[in-house]
Design a protein around this ligand. Structure first.
Ligand SMILES: Nc1ncnc2c1ncn2[C@@H]1O[C@H](COP(=O)(O)OP(=O)(O)OP(=O)(O)O)[C@@H](O)[C@H]1O
Length: 377
């Protein structure tokens, strides 16, 4: 099965650097999420990987560039932002044409239409499709050659919640069969459930590359909560153990919040000193929090603050969303540590030691009702 190796990818538009020396691997059997603020260079990178844009660097799929494959759709399935659908040709005929050009058996067309849930509208022209249906047809085209590698730019764009969950389950299933899946998305909660690895860029440069769990565990705000009737004694012991690295603070009577020491170390310390614990829990940043911290300041397009007197709508936010104390750019974030983002990167220095992580559990797909475009997993 294929590994994607991108090396030194770069591209400038009229002297402005859009992608700057990106190198990363995408391993078989994984979903690798590609994250970055608007305009950070994700789509340009994907086009460079496929040789659709002229630029610097190389990208190989199992050791060969995409354009060197005789039947590239059998090797790499791509869904990019621009969808080249013929205005009058039906969805089925569009796929038939691609199948013929790539030496793919025609029977595969109806298979992929069923996989993406478009069998009922296969005789209609894509110009009549909604955004989400167009995305499904683009995905059908990407899957047509049963490729071992998928490069998907915002595939969930326009999908309804059932469609998003279906897409997540499909991509995870494809990866579990040994495929390499490289997917960009702004849906960070989806990415948290779907991706094994991340490539995070800002202004065309690598910011982070590695397992999702490493990424979230390094975020500022990760801490351990300890509830104990001997909070004062425990806080003093933790303070001594921390020796100035990390923090311990009482957030309410009988509760201390600790950074710089993980739950097992705190549990051991309490046990050794006969301190009773009523709660010992690790709180890890969400992918969204970690992403906003690490990309803070690298947005190409930053919205202005609302004018004075603006009343925000009543909060319907997720915990940790919006402007929270300690939110935004933290010391050590925003600027990628030296050498960070290179393949096989080493632990960056200072304040990045990962405590154990808590990832949201994967939710198995429930049988949906009223799904017009349900798709097969
Ligand atoms: N054809 C083009 N001509 C000129 N500039 C371009 C072109 N395509 C992209 N750019 C610029 O290159 C930069 C990266 O754009 P790109 O579309 O790759 O970002 P992106 O991360 O995919 O953004 P988004 O998340 O909004 O889709 C942006 O500054 C964009 O304006």
């Amino acid at each position: 099965m294929a590994v994607i190796e991108a090396r030194g990818l770069g591209k400038s538009y009229k002297g402005k650097v859009a992608v700057n020396g990106l190198s990363f691997d995408v391993r078989p059997g994984t979903v690798t999420g590609f994250l970055g603020p608007n305009g950070s260079g994700k789509s340009t990178t994907m086009r460079l990987m496929l040789g659709l844009d002229r630029g610097h660097g190389t990208c190989t799929f199992d050791g060969r560039p995409f354009i060197e494959y005789r039947n590239p759709m059998r090797e790499v399935g791509a869904l990019l932002e621009a969808k080249p659908f013929h205005p009058t040709r039906t969805a089925r005929n569009h796929l038939r044409m691609l199948a013929t050009a790539n030496d793919i058996p025609e029977g595969r067309v109806d298979e992929v239409l069923a996989i993406v849930g478009l069998s009922d509208v296969a005789g209609k022209a894509p110009s009549t499709f909604s955004l989400g249906m167009g995305q499904r047809l683009g995905l059908a085209a990407a899957l047509l050659g049963n490729p071992h590698t998928l490069i998907l730019d915002e595939p969930a764009n326009g999908l309804d919640p059932q469609g998003i969950r279906w897409m997540r389950d499909l991509l995870k299933a494809l990866a579990s069969e040994g495929r390499s899946v490289f997917v960009s998305s702004h849906l960070l909660s989806e990415m948290a459930l779907m991706a094994d690895e991340l490539v995070v860029i800002g202004r065309g440069r690598m910011i982070a590359n590695g397992p999702v769990s490493d990424f979230t565990s390094r975020a500022a705000g990760n801490h351990v909560v300890v509830r104990t009737p001997q909070a004062h004694d425990l806080a003093a012991l933790i303070g001594q153990r921390l020796a100035g690295v990390g923090s311990v603070q009482a957030t309410e009577p009988g509760v201390v919040q600790v950074t710089g020491l993980d739950a097992s170390a705190i549990g051991d310390l309490a046990f050794e000193n006969q301190i009773r614990l009523h709660e010992l829990s690790t709180h890890t940043a969400s992918l969204e929090e970690a992403f906003l911290q690490i990309t803070g300041g690298s947005e190409e397009y930053q919205a202005q603050r609302p004018p004075t007197g603006f009343q925000p709508p009543a909060p319907q936010q997720q915990p940790g969303y919006g402007q929270q104390p300690g939110y935004g750019q933290q010391p050590g974030y925003g600027q990628p540590p030296a050498g960070y983002g290179q393949p096989g990167y080493q632990q960056p220095p200072g304040g990045w030691a990962p405590p154990p992580t808590q990832q949201a559990p994967h939710q198995p797909q429930q049988p949906g009702t009223n799904q017009q475009f349900g798709g097969q997993a």
